[in-house]
Design a protein around this ligand. Sequence first.
Ligand code: NAX
Ligand code: ADP
Ligand code: K
Length: 505
Amino acid sequence: MKILNCKQQKEADAYTIEHEGILSINLMEKAAGMLTEAITRRWDKSHRIVVFAGPGNNGGDALAVARMLFLKNYQVEVFLFNVTGQLSEECLTNIRRLKESGFPNYTEVSSQFQAPKLTEHDIVVDGLFGSGLNRPLNGGFAAVVKFINASPATVVSIDVPSGLMGEDNSYNVRQNIIQADLTLSIQMPKLSFLFPENEEFTSHWELLDIGISREYIAQAETRYFITEEQEMRQLIRPRRTFAHKGNFGHGLLIAGSYGMGGAAVLAARACMRSGIGLLTVHSPICNHQLLQTIVPEAMVQDDVHERFFAEPTDLDNYQAMAIGPGLSQEEITAQAALDQVSNCFIPLVLDADALNIFSAYRSYLNRLPKHSILTPHVKELERLVGRCSNSFERLSKAKELAGELQVYIILKGAWTTVITPEGNCYFNPTGNPGMATGGSGDVLTGILLSLLAQGYTQEEACRLGVYIHGLAGDIACMRMGEISMTAGDIVNALPEAWKKLTTSK
Ligand SMILES: NC(=O)C1=CN([C@@H]2O[C@H](COP(=O)(O)OP(=O)(O)OC[C@H]3O[C@@H](n4cnc5c(N)ncnc54)[C@H](O)[C@@H]3O)[C@@H](O)[C@H]2O)[C@@H](O)CC1
Ligand SMILES: Nc1ncnc2c1ncn2[C@@H]1O[C@H](COP(=O)(O)OP(=O)(O)O)[C@@H](O)[C@H]1O
Ligand SMILES: [K+]
């Protein structure tokens, strides 16, 4: 699914109006009908609905919703903020329609706002500003936002929490943004919904498909996408009847050190559970027994060193390599890892300490083989690109780095983002906070190695890998709960995740 910017969303509205024979006011009526349905589905008539409408079409939506709720016998109050005396045409039409419906509780605010008393049983409908916001809120609007945020009422925002920009909020004023309990977003999600620091504004959001022109959306250019299940299903390669293990590649995993053998185990188990033909794990001698016992399916190649990865290994027999989980950053390991990676000629995944080593030896960064996959979490990324003050900046810097080094970056966390060398960003919808537990990232590395060894392209491996990893996380969460689930549970859920994605619905 494409994520378009607010300017494109406006264009999409206009295109739909022009090319699909629907009047602007009727498109708004359709949106309002869906908004009303979403509200009445959740809250019955025992709740008072207090509607705050702004001067533009977001306000127009809110007024139409107020009328529809009123006609369904809800108890509704409306405050329309008309500060400059300039209201959009659709907003004006909806004021008229509201009045014509016999609506009694309408207040137009031009200067002084007499705030109503809001209780925790009340529902606030926030229709102050939507995608037309072009600067941070201030003055009277900021005061209204602060009043709503301080109230105990439940807040439902139309399209966007008022005050929040759709993309970049670097220069926004956080206190002047509505903290919505629910956002009913029209047609397309906004990029800013996917950033962790905006969770307090948009923790829950839902999309309403009001029938914006498919044609417009198809031709609109964007760098931002949310991955969908159907696309992932189509990527998965069926196994031929006469297939043999040689068809599914031989992967090399360089992982583990003294005290961190578990990382190698988790990655190896995840790799085996994701369809690879053969796996060799290269690890210090101390992990030999552990790996042979817990992952008997994998071959183990001992390093020369008892406790640390110390000597690069030959890559001739492998189709892909992953390096990093539990590796440590010992000097001897750093030298071996830099050498191993710099001379790598097969598809490659770098995770955890392998990334930290490259952050410490920045001059080696340009020796990273082209199209390598880097899997940093936020801290690991910032070690590479420097401190960032917000997610928009972080994403921009990650895109720059991916372009500069011609690598794929998987920026991990909620809405894990796959960033391609061309600068496309694919946000992953699966996964949950239960995955914020030691070893989850090692599981992802194992999955990625498996997919690369099987011949999936880097982009396919990244997108499918993070999707299946999150899906297995969601299954693990259902089985074990968000609090108790561990990285091992994610591996144990991989079979069901793969089955879910390969069986027809
Ligand atoms: N037919 C349509 O065009 C449809 C529009 N829709 C709704 O329309 C919304 C977009 O409407 P608009 O483009 O009118 O935009 P808004 O309703 O977000 O408001 C734009 C107005 O606010 C002013 N403004 C911007 N930032 C301000 C600030 N910080 N302080 C004070 N004033 C400010 C702008 O100059 C403009 O006059 C969407 O979010 C959605 O809710 C939906 O109903 C779908 C159909
Ligand atoms: N809140 C969350 N929602 C979804 N996925 C998450 C969340 N927190 C963590 N994850 C996922 O869990 C994994 C954690 O990886 P990482 O931070 O490298 O952990 P570790 O180093 O312990 O293995 C990542 O794939 C990340 O996307
Ligand atoms: K709004």
